[in-house]
Ligand binder design. Structure first.
Ligand code: PAF
Length: 280
């Protein structure tokens, strides 16, 4: 596996791959790779000749009081995970490499970013869509892979690619969970022992919601109450939001039909975790 740090190095490699007629799959990450990322790398490897994984903790997608400075970083471990799942190239640019001068351009996807995490983390999605556009322009992938845990991010990036006619196919991959149901996340590292147990309220809330819906509940606000009750029973948990939205518009739905996303963000102590299910 090759490890490169500069845009010119990765461009040079990609030029050669394209000359050789190889398909390039791309997995953009912020590092501290876990099995969730592993599943994206593996899928990319199955569907392409070459897999490029970027790890870049993108400062412009963090708010002023968020966890940019303490975001977990471990390059050696990332290289091991990447190689284990079949990555061919790791691209690890520095902040100076990605943002060498004052930036005057921002990529914004309107509407889909208004609610859920977009409402709670102002500017976050502008940071994501701007860096993903830059990474796509650098790596020129045929396909790019994103986890469904960040369901809103996935839908926003798909819309951006359609609106801008970017020549990349965006592929969403299912959430990978721990055995007890906790969705894999780099931020799980922040959880202490008691918090780790408390964090199960997210997946438990979703499970209860699914059960109620399977038993015929259709009213969104009743399902939101069921989830909120589960979470509010846990003293270490504090709801940031619980929403039920149309998966395509990200707008609230009053009644649950198909194509619905049930999404939540919950603080466990100081750690903000997200989870969701999609009802197809
Ligand atoms: O999902 C992430 O890890 C990040 O938001 C992404 C897509 C790599 C952009 O920084």
């Amino acid at each position: 596996m090759k490890v490169v740090y500069t845009i010119s190095e990765v461009r040079e490699l990609v030029k050669q791959y394209k000359r050789d007629g190889l398909k390039v799959g791309f997995v953009p990450t912020m590092g501290y790779l876990h099995e969730g990322h592993g599943s994206l790398i593996k899928r990319a490897k199955d569907e392409n000749d070459i897999v490029i994984v970027s790890t870049f903790v993108n400062p412009i997608q963090f708010g002023p009081n968020e966890d940019l400075d303490k975001y977990p970083r471990d390059q050696k471990r990332d290289e091991e995970v990447c190689e284990t799942y079949g990555g061919d190239v790791m691209f690890l640019p520095s902040v100076e490499e990605m943002y060498p001068e004052e930036r005057k351009t921002t990529v914004t996807v309107e509407g889909l970013t208004a609610g859920l995490c977009g409402a709670k983390r102002p500017g976050h999605f502008n940071g994501v869509t701007t860096v993903v556009t830059k990474l796509f322009n650098i790596v020129l992938p045929d396909r790019a892979y994103f986890g469904q845990k960040d369901a809103q991010q996935l839908m926003v990036i798909k819309k951006m690619v359609r609106d801008l006619n970017s020549p990349v196919e965006v592929i969403g991959c299912p959430i990978v969970r721990e055995e007890d149901g906790l969705a894999k996340s780099s931020r799980n590292k922040y959880l202490g022992e008691e918090e780790r147990k408390a964090a199960l309220v997210l997946s438990r809330g979703l499970k209860e919601a699914k059960k109620a819906i399977d038993n015929g509940e259709k009213v969104s606000k009743n399902v939101i109450s069921i989830i909120s009750d589960v979470i509010n029973k846990e003293p270490l948990a504090k709801i940031d939001y619980v929403s039920i939205v149309d998966i395509n518009t990200m707008e609230d739905v009053e009644e649950i039909g198909s194509g619905v996303l049930i999404a939540m963000a919950v603080y466990i102590g100081k750690t903000r975790l997200i989870d969701n299910i999609i009802l197809e």
